[in-house]
Design a protein around this ligand. Structure first.
Ligand code: IPM
Ligand code: MG
Length: 356
């Protein structure tokens, strides 16, 4: 079969890691007899430099024409001084919103081969863990009203968290649907002891839960969730939460699994188009050094095959190859131990391709 994939390599290590994922996809294509057509577009700082805008219209149109989008990372010190509307990160928020990608799946699991890389005590991670964070991606404080106004102490900046029942319901439903295919447990994370949006979130989660009698729902405050993730990560199956809490908890979850360089993500919405990106950023400090770990992007490509292109066997082939590479001791700098010589981005990619 033939597939059209929009490719947004972005900034910093973005191009290097996306090239790795593209190489793996090409190998999968050869093995299973598919043609993946890659359509590159500019986004983030690279787009600002070339066109003056972080998300050019041409990029958005290109993404809409494709079946799915593979994204690296955006941002860097060069553009940090830009006004908010012209920062590379704006492109990320705008594309998520423009494509209606409200469901963000961020799986965090412990690879047995990496148990020693987890900062958690061995007895805590001994049984492994396998968590799916379902993050709301197009609402909440990321998209609420913001600005400056006169406050109690003179001028103040403000951001607002807002959620409607519709937005909450659809993300909670996505979490329950995900849980039905897993261990049938949903933990809804909020701050209902303080925030009104969280109280609505909690009530709405309770209502949706009635449609899924097989799934167990529990509610947890976000501060407790942050603590439980390091105290006993194995208690979680699916975690569903707001845009901001999901941003924070997914970074935490990635670290306990060994490295942020390992966590992929899938963003989906009402339409058929999906966007796939590692959860980490553009890591400007190591950009161009060839040190970046391409696995999060390679695993994002696997999610793309599974969710957007309906190629589950091909997705599993990538995931198994990554498992094998890690079990065989292949390590990039972020997961290498003292004394081990780390592989470059290209060498790690090659290691995965060889194991396909
Ligand atoms: C992420 C990132 C982004 C976010 C930033 C770069 C805007 O941290 O995808 O988690 O906060 O959503
Ligand atoms: Mg983040």
């Amino acid at each position: 079969m033939e597939f059209d994939i929009a490719v947004l390599r972005g900034d910093g290590i973005g191009p290097e890691i996306v090239d790795g994922a593209v190489e793996v996809l090409e190998a999968v294509g050869n093995k299973f007899g598919h043609t993946f057509r890659f359509h590159p577009y500019l986004m983030g700082g690279a787009a600002i430099d070339a066109t003056g805008e972080p998300l050019p219209q041409k990029t958005l149109e290109g993404c809409r024409k494709a079946q799915c989008v593979l994204l690296g990372a955006v941002g860097g010190p060069k553009w940090d001084g830009m006004p908010a509307e012209l920062r590379p990160e704006r492109a990320l928020l705008d594309i998520r919103s423009a494509l209606g990608l409200f469901t963000n799946l961020r799986p965090a699991r412990l690879y047995p081969a990496l148990a020693d890389e987890s900062p958690l005590r061995r007895d805590i991670v001994a049984g492994g863990f396998d968590i799916m964070i379902v993050r709301e991606l197009t609402g909440g404080i990321y998209f609420g009203d913001r600005g400056y106004r006169q406050g109690k102490y003179g001028e103040e900046a403000y951001d607002t968290e807002c959620y409607s029942p519709v937005e909450i319901e659809r993300i909670i439903r996505a979490a329950f649907e995900t849980a039905m295919k897993r261990r049938k447990k949903v933990t809804s994370v909020d701050k209902a002891n303080v925030l009104e949006t969280s109280r609505l979130w909690r009530r709405t989660a309770g209502k949706v839960a009635e449609e899924y009698p097989e799934v167990e729902l529990n509610h947890m405050f976000v501060d407790n969730a942050a603590m439980q993730l390091i105290r006993d990560p194995a208690q979680f199956d699916v975690i569903v939460t707001s845009n901001m809490f999901g941003d924070i908890l997914s970074d935490e979850a990635s670290q306990i699994s060994g490295s942020i360089g390992l966590l992929p993500s899938a963003s989906m919405g009402v339409g058929t188009i999906g966007m796939y990106e590692p959860i980490h950023g553009s890591a400007p400090d190591i950009a161009g050094t060839g040190k970046a770990n391409p696995l999060a992007t390679i695993l994002s490509a696997a999610m793309m095959l599974r969710y957007s292109l309906k190629l589950p066997e091909e997705a599993e082939a990538i995931e198994r190859a990554v498992d094998a590479a890690l079990s065989d001791g292949l390590r990039t700098a972020d997961i290498a131990r003292n004394g081990e010589t780390p592989l470059s981005t290209k060498e790690m990619t090659k290691g995965v391709v060889e194991r396909l």
